[in-house]
Ligand binder design. Structure first.
Ligand code: LLP
Length: 418
């Protein structure tokens, strides 16, 4: 459910006006709705109720500690890809038995931390990694739960940068080598193969690619059973798409309706790893208009948030709706909405028609709750934005805007330059 709505001409998040947030905390700022986050999680949890399942919220989409805490409190598990994410979710109160760890390049230290904390499983993405996990677990005298990530070779019909389950991608093992990999892991005393994992891509709006992928992987499960390898979990990854513009993505219900029949007879615990589905439309980027400039062929609305704050438009050509915080009656204009960064690729929206803003007006970049702040940077020595969490009529600062000192932390001038 959308928690960003106009009330008497002013855009609000739940019961709080975004104008009041800008006044109190400044811009640019990320604003998240607690209710929307919970709604995303609960809708999936409810839709998959007929099957034993665990939702492992994908931390990379929005990793603020408060967001993670909210997810942990609602019973969610976590999909992580680094030691940094592992430390975050533990700090947020995650149960280690609900943490799954993917990623093609886990370091020995990261593996050691995961083994020490006894997370549910590590997803193995190559034979060399298998050896390393065994070595680390042996050294600690423990047994690590593992899954193999299978690359089912399906096209999820999404942006090529966020396709992960096609044959040419770097992720996982191809189906042909999976059986041998499981067999090999059985001979390793410190590994326990308990799951199979796949993740075919992101912002997938159809259910068909998931169904195709599951059907391709199912015969492997049968082969594994035949050899006495009884897995407990089938992790189908994340990737469920959301509405940014006019997409018609599957809902939690339609997604479950397509997936459940495919898994019913398997007697496995299902794991889902949604990130965007939960966080994407639960957040916006609040920004202020600095200048309105008439160019020779184009108009520009220059705002105080740039590609360092939200890189999705520049990196993927992603569309994010941009709405005025206060609806006004004024002439419309056609313009690019651009940031202050010194790159022509620094834009939040191109060729938009909007009510002609004036300097000081506030805008909301919608659908920025996932892969917004987490992909932000300090490019141009810009301080990363503040993050706020709205809960009913209340708002909490959940990450302070960076200071100029933060920007230079850890840097030093060597003696020979002094
Ligand atoms: N599980 C694994 C193993 C993943 O690699 C990902 C995302 C997810 C789950 C969560 O996917 P989601 O449900 O959020 O689609 N930066 C890009 C998206 C990259 C996704 C990377 N992997 C974007 O802004 O669109």
């Amino acid at each position: 459910m959308h928690e960003f709505r106009y009330k008497r001409g002013s855009l609000c998040c739940e019961g709080v006006s975004l104008e009041s947030i800008a006044q109190r905390f400044g811009t640019p700022a990320y604003v998240y709705s607690h209710a929307a986050l919970m709604d995303g999680y609960e809708s999936l949890d409810k839709a998959f109720a007929p099957l034993p399942h665990l939702i492992c919220y994908s931390v990379k989409s929005n990793s603020n500690l408060a967001v993670l805490r909210a997810m942990a409190k609602s019973g969610s598990g976590f999909d992580i890809v680094s030691g940094g994410e592992l430390r975050r979710v533990l700090r947020a109160g995650a149960s280690p038995r609900k943490i799954v760890f993917a990623g093609v390049g886990k370091t020995e230290d990261e593996i050691a931390l995961a083994v020490e904390k006894r997370i549910l499983f590590l997803t193995v993405e190559s034979p060399a990694e298998l050896e390393l996990i065994e070595k680390v677990a042996r050294r600690r005298g423990s047994v690590a739960g593992i899954a193999f990530r299978i690359n089912p070779g399906v096209d999820p019909h999404t942006h090529r940068y966020i396709t992960t389950g096609a044959a040419e991608n770097k992720f996982g093992l191809d189906l042909g080598s999976a059986l041998e990999a499981y067999n090999k892991s059985l001979r390793m005393k410190h590994l326990l193969p308990i799951a199979i994992q796949m993740h075919i891509g992101s912002q997938i709006t159809e259910t068909a690619p998931y169904v195709r992928a599951i059907r391709k992987v199912r015969p492997l499960l049968q082969q594994l059973w035949a050899r006495g390898i009884n897995l407990r979990f089938f992790d189908i990854g994340g990737g469920m798409g959301i509405v940014y513009r006019k997409e018609r993505p599957s809902t939690a219900e339609s997604f479950a309706a397509a997936i459940l029949p495919e898994l019913k007879s398997l007697d496995l615990h299902l794991i889902l790893e949604p990130g965007r589905f939960i966080a994407g439309n639960a957040g916006i980027l609040l920004t202020k208009v600095l200048y309105v400039k008439k160019g020779a062929v184009k108009n520009f609305v220059i705002v105080d948030a740039g590609m360092n704050d939200l890189i999705r438009p520049s990196l993927y050509g992603a569309y994010h709706e941009i709405l005025p915080i206060r609806r006004r009656r004024a002439a419309r204009m056609h313009a690019d909405i651009v940031g202050p960064v010194c790159e022509s690729g620094d834009f939040l929206g191109l060729d938009r028609t909007l009510t002609r803003p004036v300097a000081g007006d506030l805008l909301a970049v919608m659908g920025a709750g996932a892969y917004g702040f987490t992909m932000s940077s300090n490019y141009n020595s810009r301080r990363r934005a503040a993050e706020l969490l709205v809960h009913g009529k209340g708002v909490d600062l959940i990450r302070a805007r960076e200071s100029s000192e933060d920007l230079m932390r850890g840097e030093s001038i060597p003696a020979f330059l002094r």
